[in-house]
Ligand binder design. Structure first.
Ligand code: COI
Length: 359
């Protein structure tokens, strides 16, 4: 199906930032995508307009009760200068699932992907080409409806903004390094039956206090444990967690409190293709720490769109430090990074057909 969006170009294009000093989320491109929803017309009036402020009634219900969803994805420039997306239909599908949970009307997957492609195409000159950089894409839905009632809104705005970025974790631009992770026992990220599997602002707001706690303990991020027993591993910061124990790669199963990451899924598919044993199951923190002590925990890493593959060098549990692979980046973490980042940037041929989508 063809989707038609109107395009209004900016008359005052911005100067492009220095691609070697991007950071993460410091610059925004010249345009944004906007589409409205109301009960009579459904999702309608998709349009690309100059990037600018949204005007919101102070009573807009999103501001008060957090009814919103978002996505994170990236566009890359390959060595030929062409622009590609990575598995965008996965983000479209996940946003539909997030919307269902947050009582927000779903957006058809083809429409979501068409909107992303159209905006990236208009701002294609903003896709950086320096090693380790990309154009981060942030689709999100909010409601502008003024209301103090706690019930689903009847009007929404779907927007997409773009930001040229370097690595999410400073220092990962040139090469990977092992991060220090605080095993969090006081706070939880999500409980089964809650919104953990959905990508919504509340999951991130409630996590900030634990990140600050991790920093107080000299760590970069937190390892979340399950809400009920504080016994099972859930996620690392805003990413999924993987452990190479013996010859098997284990990751938490999608119990409902875990975000179904696109990089998580890509990692599992690649590992299976490469002949690794993989297990998606409940992973006890005691099993991980014991494996770290007896040397069978060979590697650990986090996966996410923003961080791609981020190796874990140290786990800090109740003040005791457990080093993984001597704090160094493991062979498998590096291979996964090289393969996924290589596919995304067109340095390597896609290992799995259909993953790399031209704009
Ligand atoms: C992503 O990995 O895309 C995320 O949404 C994480 C965000 C904190 C940047």
């Amino acid at each position: 199906m063809d989707y038609i969006f109107t395009i209004t170009k900016t008359r005052t294009p911005k100067a492009k930032p220095d691609e070697t000093k991007l950071g993460f989320g410091n610059y925004y491109t010249d345009h944004m995508f906007i589409m409205d929803y109301d009960e009579e017309s459904g999702w309608h009036d998709g349009r690309i307009v100059p990037y600018g402020n949204l005007s919101l009634d102070p009573a807009a219900c999103t501001l008060h009760y957090g009814q919103m969803t978002f996505e994170g994805m990236k566009a890359y420039r390959n060595p030929e200068g062409d622009i590609c997306l990575f598995r965008p239909e996965m983000n479209a599908k996940r946003m539909r699932n997030s919307n269902k949970r947050l009582c927000i009307p779903e957006i058809e997957e083809g429409l979501f992907v068409a909107a992303v492609k159209a905006l990236v195409d208009v701002d294609r000159d903003w896709v950086p080409s320096v090693q380790g950089t990309s154009l981060y894409i942030r689709p999100f839905i909010i409601s502008p409806e003024p209301s103090m009632a706690v019930h689903p809104a009847s009007r929404y705005i779907f927007a997409i903004i773009l930001t040229p970025v370097a690595a999410y974790y400073a220092g990962n631009d040139k090469e990977l390094h092992g991060s220090r992770i605080w095993v969090e026992e006081e706070y939880i990220r999500a409980a089964v039956g809650g919104t953990g599997f959905a990508k919504c602002g509340g999951n991130y707001a409630c996590a900030m206090i634990a990140s600050a706690n991790a920093k107080k303990h000299g760590c970069d991020e937190v390892l979340w444990l399950d809400a009920k027993e504080h016994k099972y591993v859930e996620e690392v910061g805003t990413s999924n967690a993987f452990f190479l124990i013996g010859d098997t790669v284990v990751t938490s199963s999608l119990t409902g409190s875990i975000l179904p990451g696109v990089t998580r899924d890509s990692t599992l598919q690649l590992l299976k293709k490469w002949g690794y044993k993989t297990e998606e199951r409940l992973v006890e923190i005691s099993e991980v720490l014991e494996a770290a002590e007896n040397g069978s925990l060979k590697e650990a890493w986090a996966t996410g769109t923003a961080c791609v593959i981020s190796p874990i060098g140290v786990l800090n549990y109740r003040g005791k430090e457990y080093s993984i692979n001597g704090g160094e980046v493991g062979e498998l973490s590096q291979r996964l990074y090289d393969s996924i980042y290589g596919m995304q940037t067109g340095i390597c041929e896609p290992e799995i057909e259909g993953w790399v989508v031209p704009v």
